[in-house]
Design a protein around this ligand. Sequence first.
Ligand code: SF4
Length: 384
Amino acid sequence: MARIIDAPLVADRACEPRRAAWGPLDAAARRGLSFTPDVKRETDALYEQVEHVIPPFEWPAYAPLIAAINRLKREKNAVILAHNYMTSEIFFCVGDFRGDSLQLAREAAACTADVIVQAGVHFMAETSKILAPDKKVLIPDLRAGCSLAASITGEDVRLIKARYPGVPVVTYVNTSAEVKAESDVTCTSSNAVQVCEWAAKEWGSDRVILIPDEFLAKNVAAMTNLKIIAWHGRCEVHERFTAEDVAELRAAHPGLVVLAHPECPPDVMAVADYAGSTAALAHYVEKRNPAKVVLLTECSMSDNVAAAAPQTDFIRPCNLCPHMKRITLEAIYDALVNMRHEVTIDEDVRVRAKRAIDRMLALPKQQTPLDFETGRAPAEVELV
Ligand code: SF4
């Protein structure tokens, strides 16, 4: 079984008490749910998928909620889309579709359920609603936002377009529907280079506006000859990693393979062994089976990838996304019982945002997620 080894980088980021961050252990009891023999029978097989991260004495606190949520899904013809950054009891035990935001949006569009519960953050629920307008989309906690999505508004994009007429606007999917609606095409960290190069060709421009993540823009700029115009948004999880952290981790754990997400600063990418989207990082670990690895991304990702990589030890500096951690089993249960926190989008905004997403989805699908180059000097971008 994979080992998870906590490696807090500095005292104020320590993991403990990490599980307390996402819900009290009496949440099931407060909803009149208990760990009966039937619940144990229903959930025993699920526990096998999470036993590497959830100790046996905690399982009776989670299992009643898990069993109840799975029953509610059947009753209400609902599915749960679980992002890679969800805690393992959500990701493996109630998630019907699992993956990064693009994979989940595609599943939302294709599924036959009447109700979608987004176990992720608000912009992901909006993306599901954009692609699946006839379904009821619920977000279990309205406070589940995102520092990147909050960094820019539709009005900001209109001002940027006025300043750079004729330059295509490529927008990262980690944005609101309103921002997508003002954009020419969306991208993910898996396809950002491909989308920028396509947009430059289509618009006949040697420049591309790539918003809102400053670091993703700089990391993309290092892989293309295009001139990149960027915004100053940051992911509050990935921006905290430093090149010094990587040096400390390597010194403490000889033989460590360092994998970075492209929302990390360019100097972190420069010292990583490999970099790519969440899907690419999971793919790397599953295919190459490194003996010891650190994922420079959100904390729960290691727990979830570890289930498919029993030979690998995961060194885990615990950078939690506070927005993702708003989504708990009890919040999902309450959303399904009360059918609450429905996500709605103005139809004009939805149609324009969908056009930007559809352009991305129409591009040839890559067989494997894009690798970002590591070990090279950061590239310059023009910051708006
Ligand atoms: S991890 Fe970063 S990009 Fe993802 S939701 Fe949290 S703040 Fe936003």
